[in-house]
Each structure stands twice: as structure tokens, then as C-alpha cells.
Design a binder for this molecule. Structure first.
Ligand code: GLN
Length: 447
């Protein structure tokens, strides 16, 4: 623990991964665990980790990097935080993020932007940018992030680490502050695929406190980590390698395909024709859900309350105007508009129909192969400020990750070499519903 705290002291000033470092608490927890008779055979025993600041931890301020939640101290812990505590893992910091998980660069944090440990003039990705950066910078051994449209995989790709978005329903969302409930999933960000499987072992499983949690038998994900993938079918989607993809990202991906061939995998061409509409559908569905989920921040129940109000309505208005950042307000307005009568059928209902088509496309494609290989993101990490004034440009960063959330299926991002500037490139492997075993196996063989 001491070594990690020293490391945080060294690099945190440059990277800014954390909103809070829990040095004392972590040392006490580690000491207590050492002294009592807990089961010390758990592979995560005593391991320090970072917890994204939209995941509740009892007694520790949890803000989603938003002014509106300043001072909110949850009276309970998320199920994932409980699970990790039971395995002996120790939270060393609450990781920075884009406000309410809305963003792809961490620049929407209302507190400070996290920097990419590979080059601090660049973004770490988002919204789990703090979680990816603290792992990449060796401030912790692993972190938990959340992924609604790519927020685990895109920052993992930008920071050269492993990030997994599990199948919807595999990991409990209880205690995760909701952005878009039908898309959100918590998942691990780690240095390698073995760690990813170890963390997933702890956090996957049925939870009656989350009505969307799926009741299925527990698996040992480490048992799928074998190098032999002969005969495994890997799907390639031609459209995913088209326009807009940075040329050296394409090159690294093509090299990865060659590696898979040499390992005896069989390449299969598959089609995902409705993917073109995924981004539009995502921004309607996620904003609609966000506008409803974020209605609860009224200045009465949580955190921040504006001063100097005339009446109750004025209190709501002032609190929400001052408490939410620009991007969050944009999403609330988009969502409210898409759900309003007269527009509901034209936008929200259409987006749900597109969602069904996207899921059908994936089901078909994944009946022809075991996993689909794609880039995680069209580019490597961009410069701070480069896209922050153009939301549409920023949204395009999620073009390969968003369809996966819409379909509810699992996907992992793993490092796949460096671009010409020496920045990490990410490769995404997408699996069938509960096909974590296949993507972990394919990822491990490549590593
Ligand atoms: N970048 C996407 C967005 O801004 C995805 C966010 C996420 O997965 N939480 O909505």
C-alpha cells in the first residue's frame, strides 16, 4: 500500500486521476485486514484500487464530478464496492470522470481534467478517464469504471490498458449513480487480461437489489485464459475499417488480424448494416433516460442547494442552473425534447426501433463468429481542448463502442501497439450475450 501511496504523491500532480485520495482509510483498512483472520487467499486481498466517482461508497463523498452533488455522502455502498471489500481489495481513491459520465475526454469534470499519463498534454478519454489514468500511471493496481456508450473502453484504449464492458445485467448496478439505466454497466479497468478476469470474478453475479441483474451460475473467468484459440472464428466488419479511421490505427488493427491468423483463428466477414444509425439512436435514448434520471437533483434531496431563492420553483431553477455543467444541461434538454409529446414517436420511439435492428444485426453476425474484432476508437488520444468546443466531433469518438451498449452485449478493449506518435492504440473484441469467456480468451491469446 505504501508503495502505491508514494507513487500517487509522485505523479498525481501531473495526472490528476483522483477527486479524493483515501490514504488514511486505505492504510487502516489494509492494516485491519492484515490483523484479523480474514481469508487471505483471495487474489485481490490487500490490492489497492480506484473507484469511479459515480459508484457509491458508504461515508465517502461521491459527486459524479458534478457541483450539484457536492457534499453528498452516500449512506450505503454499491454492491460492487461491497463485493470487492469482501475480497480484501482496498479503495485508494475516488476517480475523476466527466460530469455524470457524459463525455469522452474527462474535460467535462466540474473539478479538473485528468491528463493522459502517456502525454499530459492529451486527454485520457472518458468518461472513466480518471479510472483508466490511475491504472496506466500505476497509482493503483486496477479500477472500476462505468460504460454507457464506451466510457470504459475508450479511455482504456487512450491510456493503453485493458477495459471490459460486461453484458448488461451481469454486474449489479446497485449503487451506481444512473446516467442511462438501460445502457449503464460497471466493469474493470486493469493492466492485463488476467487481472480483468480476476476482478470480473468478484463483481459478476446476481444481486436482488438490482432488478435488471441476471440470475445465472457464477463462472471462473480465469479458466478461459488459454493461448490455444485454433479454429476460433473472428468476425471482421468491413464498414468499421472505413472512412474516419486514423491510418496508423488501421495499420495496427490489420497487424492484429495477422496475429490472429497465425494463431490459427479463422477470419469471417460479417455485416452490421444498421451500425450507421447507432450514434443517433444512442444520443436520443441515453439523453432521454438521463433527463428522467437527473430530475431528482432538485436542491432538496442531495448535495448542492443554491442560495437566494424566492420560492420552491425558483430554488429548483437556481440549483439546477448553477449545479449542472454545460454538457449535462445539453443532454437534459435533448432528452426532454425527445420525450415530449408530439416528438416522442418521431425520436424516442424511432430510436428504440433502431435499437431492435442493431441487436438483430449483432445476433446474426455473432451467429457466424465467436467474437467481432474492431477498433475501439477511430483515433488515439487527442489534445486537451482539441474537441471540447464541438460536441458532435466529441460524440464521434464513440462510434465503435456505442452499438455494443445498445445491443447489451459484452466487449473488451485491449492495447494493440502504438501509433506513429508513440500513443497507445486500442482493439475492441465484441462477444455474444454472456460471451465474456470468448472475448477474454481471444484477448488473452493476443496479449
Ligand atoms: N462518451 C459517451 C457519452 O458522452 C459515453 C459515455 C459513457 O459511456 N458513460 O455519452
Amino acid at each position: 500500500m505504501g508503495a502505491y501511496i508514494n507513487r500517487i504523491d509522485q505523479v498525481e500532480g501531473t495526472v490528476d486521476s483522483f477527486l479524493q485520495v483515501l490514504k488514511e482509510e486505505a492504510l487502516n483498512q489494509a492494516k485491519a485486514a492484515d490483523e484479523n483472520k480474514d481469508d487471505k487467499t483471495s487474489p485481490l486481498f490487500g490490492i489497492p484500487y480506484g473507484l469511479k466517482d459515480n459508484i457509491c461508497m458508504e461515508g465517502v463523498e461521491t459527486t459524479c464530478a458534478s457541483k450539484i452533488l457536492t457534499g453528498f455522502i452516500p449512506p450505503y455502498s454499491a454492491t460492487v464496492a461491497e463485493d470487492l471489500k469482501n475480497s480484501g481489495a482496498v479503495v485508494l481513491g475516488k476517480a475523476n470522470m466527466d460530469e455524470f459520465a457524459m463525455g469522452s475526454s474527462n474535460e467535462n469534470s466540474s473539478i479538473k481534467p485528468t491528463k493522459n499519463p502517456w502525454d499530459p498534454s492529451r486527454v485520457p478519454g472518458g468518461s472513466s478517464g480518471g479510472s483508466a489514468a490511475c491504472v496506466a500511471a500505476d497509482e493503483v493496481v486496477f479500477a472500476l469504471g462505468s460504460d454507457t456508450g464506451g466510457s470504459i473502453r475508450q479511455p482504456a484504449s487512450f491510456c493503453g490498458v485493458v477495459g471490459l464492458k460486461p453484458t448488461y445485467g451481469l454486474v449489479s448496478r446497485y449503487g451506481l449513480i444512473a446516467f442511462a439505466s438501460s445502457l449503464d454497466q460497471i466493469g474493470p479497468i486493469t493492466k492485463d487480461v488476467t487481472d480483468c478476469a480476476l476482478v470480473l470474478n468478484q463483481i459478476a453475479g446476481h444481486d436482488e437489489k438490482d432488478s435488471t441483474s441476471v440470475d445465472r451460475e457464477k463462472e471462473d473467468y480465469t479458466s478461459y485464459l488459454q493461448k490455444d484459440i485454433k479454429g476460433m472464428k473472428i468476425g471482421i466488419v468491413e464498414e468499421y475499417f472505413g472512412e474516419g479511421l486514423q491510418p496508423d490505427v488501421r495499420k495496427r488493427l490489420e497487424e492484429a488480424v495477422e496475429v490472429y491468423k497465425s494463431l490459427g483463428a479463422q477470419l469471417v466477414d460479417v455485416k452490421l448494416p444498421t451500425s450507421d444509425y447507432a450514434l443517433s439512436a444512442y444520443y436520443i435514448i441515453s439523453s432521454a433516460e438521463a433527463s428522467s434520471n437527473l430530475a431528482r437533483y432538485d436542491g432538496i434531496r442531495y448535495g448542492f442547494r443554491a442560495e437566494g431563492f424566492d420560492d420552491l420553483l425558483d430554488l429548483y431553477k437556481k440549483t439546477r442552473s448553477q449545479g449542472f455543467g454545460e454538457e449535462v444541461k445539453r443532454r437534459i434538454m435533448l432528452g426532454t425534447y425527445a420525450l415530449s409529446s408530439g416528438y416522442y414517436d418521431a425520436y424516442y420511439k424511432k430510436a428504440l426501433q433502431v435499437r431492435t435492428l442493431i441487436k438483430e444485426d449483432f445476433d446474426k453476425a455473432l451467429s457466424q463468429c465467436d467474437v467481432i474484432l474492431s477498433p475501439t476508437c477511430p483515433t488515439t488520444a487527442f489534445k486537451l481542448g482539441e474537441k471540447s468546443s464541438d460536441p458532435l466531433e466529441m460524440y464521434l469518438s464513440d462510434i465503435y463502442t456505442v452499438p455494443v451498449n445498445i445491443a447489451g452485449i459484452p466487449a473488451i478493449s485491449i492495447p494493440c501497439g502504438l501509433d506513429e506518435q508513440g500513443l497507445p492504440v486500442g482493439m475492441q473484441l465484441i462477444g455474444r450475450d454472456f460471451g465474456e469467456k470468448d472475448i477474454l480468451k481471444a484477448a488473452y491469446a493476443f496479449e
